[in-house]
Design a protein around this ligand. Structure first.
Ligand SMILES: Nc1ncnc2c1ncn2[C@@H]1O[C@H](COP(=O)(O)OP(=O)(O)OP(=O)(O)O)[C@@H](O)[C@H]1O
Ligand SMILES: [Mg+2]
Length: 287
């Protein structure tokens, strides 16, 4: 859990550094408008730039962000604050929700669907129009300021630790689905991040990613080909001067774990990569 503004983001906001040259996610404009109007729920596959977009927008608006990572053992005290020792005397250690409410800042709750139901009840009260945050340790009942915003991020996940968000909590949020990016946006991010790769190599990588994402939709694999994985694959190719298939093995296939145990997962995605890189792109990609 990070209970302080991200320093680099805050520093950039203070220095007035321009963010105009950055690539924005396809859902960025929708997010911008939604954040003016109220609290937001970002859903979608893993690694589609949800957290990045929130930090970009916070920087653009000069807002402080307090981040909390959801997990099964997260308590209301973790969010609000708890008693602790400061210089040997008993004191209140503020949590990220307390800090965000108190400062009229943004509260970002990553993987909110890993937390238990009680957390939802706490948030409901904060997110209501004219909401309040009760702080048992200090006895405060803070009226939530207009400028406070909550952003909940939720990944599509099939494992049992995920719980559906309570309908009452969802009802207080504007939901934005953050899907895989279109070709134009994804190409632009890869192009800027991976100067050492040719346009053809980037096109080949995107074709592989799209093929694997399609296969996942059809249930042929569970592998979730994120933008993050694409950037790692490209960086490995660029900095270790490998060919795309070698770095695919060491970055993408390695994510699946022990090859003996994950043969069923590894083979379909390896097959797609081989096919694309050898056939579709054989004229221009050295493999
Ligand atoms: N607009 C962008 N410009 C450059 N890089 C980006 C951009 N958006 C996302 N990325 C990169 O893509 C990767 C995934 O982004 P991010 O962590 O924001 O995704 P996420 O949807 O929050 O992931 P998760 O679902 O795992 O929390 C990161 O490496 C991030 O730096
Ligand atoms: Mg994230």
């Amino acid at each position: 859990m990070r209970n302080s503004p991200a320093p680099s983001e805050a520093a950039k906001a203070q220095s007035g550094e321009s963010v105009a040259a950055e690539v924005h996610a396809p859902f960025y404009q929708v997010l911008k408008t939604a954040m003016l109007l109220g609290h937001v729920l970002l859903t979608g596959p893993r690694g589609t730039g949800k957290s990045y977009a929130v930090m970009q927008l916070a920087r653009e608006r000069g807002k402080q962000v307090f981040v909390c990572q959801g997990h099964a053992d997260l308590t209301a005290e973790d969010l609000v604050g708890s008693p602790g020792l400061v210089n040997g005397s008993s004191s209140f250690i503020a949590g990220p929700l307390y800090n965000a409410v108190k400062q009229g800042a943004w509260f970002v709750f990553e993987e909110a669907n890993l937390a238990r139901g009680g957390i939802g009840a706490l948030l409901n009260r904060v997110l209501d129009v004219g909401g309040t945050l009760a702080v048992p340790f200090t006895g405060e009942e803070i009226v939530v300021p207009e400028s406070f915003r909550a952003l909940l991020c939720v990944n599509e996940c099939g494992y049992s630790a995920c719980r559906p968000l309570a309908e009452s909590l969802k009802d207080r949020l504007r939901a934005i689905h953050c899907d895989y990016w279109d070709d134009q946006h994804e190409t632009e991010v890869l192009r800027r991040a991976l100067h050492g790769l040719s346009g053809e190599q980037i096109r080949g990588m995107l074709t592989v990613a799209k093929g694997i994402r399609e296969a996942r939709k059809k249930g042929e694999t569970n592998f979730d080909f994120s933008l993050r994985s694409l950037l790692q694959w490209g960086a490995d190719t660029q900095f270790r001067t490998k060919n795309l298939m070698e770095s695919f093995e060491s970055v993408v296939i390695a994510k699946l774990g022990d090859p003996a145990e994950v043969g069923l997962q590894a083979e379909p995605i390896r097959e797609i990569a081989r096919f694309v890189l050898q056939h579709a792109a054989s004229d221009f990609i050295p493999i």
